[in-house]
Design a binder for this molecule. Structure first.
Ligand code: NAD
Length: 370
């Protein structure tokens, strides 16, 4: 197959890890006879430095003209003092908004050989295999009114948590469809004991569940969920939640698996199709690691490229229906970890410490392509 892939490396470790994932995709294309065309553009701080804007027209046009997008990460201390509407992170919000990417899928699966790399006891986390489905284009990150205003005795900062029935229905469907392809359990996370928007969320998710009698639905308050994720993560299959709660809980889930450097994500739009396929209907999917630009380790060959490489595998599966190729990448990652190779963030005694580039090369070698 032929596909056009927009490559948006961003800032910090982004320009280091993204080429590793691109090289893996190139290796897959060569091995399986596909033609991927890669075209790159600046976003985030790198784009601000050149154009003054985090999401220049050129990057947005490129993204819209592509079949899928591979993104690194944006942001860093250099741009922290800028007003919010021109900060690097606006590039992500802009892409999500412009491309209608309302569903963020963040799988958190523990590779058994990394059980020791987590700060939690191996017996607690072994067997963890969950999927966070985070609503991505609504909630408090987009709700209005928002801003900081002067008052008689200082200032007042406002953000608004807002969800409509339609927004909740479509993300709930993504979660139920995903659960159908997994262990058939959905946990909806809200704060319905305090927030009206959550009260609506809970009611609408319960209504959608009526169309999925084969799926077991439970509701949890977000504070309890944060606790349960640490106490007994194995109880969860699919977690569906709002933009803000999903942002926080998916980072927590990441730590169950040892390192934030391991976890991929897919941001999808479009209608929910048969068999849980979303991203159909000509919508563009965006694939990125869940971590940020890690300025503390940037430029030192220390970053773990696995989250980005696994994001490329999600792209193959969700955007291109290339499940066999995606599975080949996942197997290559497992093989390299089984052989005991580790980047610094997942290093444990007795394992071989490698840098980011070497980890990327080993994974390509694991594909049988080097
Ligand atoms: P971060 O995820 O960048 O880093 C948190 C910690 O995890 C750091 O110690 C970092 O070294 C480590 N880490 C992250 N990715 C790693 C990897 N691949 N391998 C090894 N270690 C890794 O979060 P932060 O420090 O809160 O944010 C740094 C910058 O990134 C900020 O400007 C923030 O706004 C931005 N950010 C961007 C995104 C995104 O682009 N999607 C997401 C989160 C944060």
């Amino acid at each position: 197959m032929k596909a056009r892939i927009a490559v948006l490396p961003g800032d910090g470790i982004g320009p280091e890890i993204v080429p590793q994932a691109v090289q893996v995709l190139e290796a897959v294309a060569a091995q399986y006879g596909h033609a991927f065309e890669f075209r790159a553009a600046d976003v985030g701080g790198a784009a601000i430095d050149k154009t003054g804007r985090p999401l220049p027209e050129e990057a947005l046009t490129l993204a819209k003209a592509s079949d899928a997008i591979l993104l690194g990460a944006v942001g860093g201390p250099k741009w922290d003092g800028l007003p919010y509407d021109v900060r690097p992170e606006r590039a992500l919000l802009g892409l999500r908004e412009q491309l209608g990417l309302y569903a963020n899928l963040r799988p958190a699966k523990l590779y058994p050989m990394l059980a020791d790399a987590s700060t939690l006891k191996p017996e607690v986390i072994t067997g963890t295999d969950l999927l966070v489905v985070r609503e991505l284009t609504g909630g408090i990150y987009f709700g209005k009114p928002k801003g900081i205003e002067k008052t008689a005795d200082g200032e007042r900062g406002v953000n608004t948590e807002v969800y409509t029935t339609a927004e909740i229905v479509r993300i709930a469907k993504v979660a139920f469809e995903a659960a159908r392809r997994r262990r058939k359990k959905v946990t909806s996370v809200d704060k319905a004991n305090v927030l009206e928007s959550s009260e609506l969320w809970r009611r609408v998710v319960s209504d959608v569940a009526k169309g999925y009698p084969d799926i077991e639905l439970t509701h949890l308050y977000v504070d309890n969920c944060a606790m349960q994720l640490i106490r007994n993560p194995k109880q969860f299959d699919v977690l569906v939640t709002t933009n803000l709660f999903g942002d926080i809980l998916s980072d927590e889930a990441a730590m169950l698996t040892g390192s934030i450097g391991m976890l991929p994500s897919a941001s999808l739009g479009g209608r929910v199709g048969a068999g849980g396929r979303i991203g159909a209907g000509g919508r563009i999917g965006l694939y990125e690691p869940i971590h940020g630009s890690a300025p503390d380790i940037a430029g030192r060959d220390l970053a773990n490229p696995i989250a980005t490489i696994a994001s490329a595998a999600m792209m193959l599966s969700y955007s291109f229906n290339l499940d066999k190729e995606a599975a080949a990448i996942e197997r290559a990652i497992v093989r390299v970890l089984e052989k005991g190779y580790r980047t610094k963030d997942i290093q444990s005694p007795g394992c071989t410490l490698v840098g980011m580039k070497e980890m990327g090369r080993l994974i390509r070698e694991g594909l049988g392509s080097v």
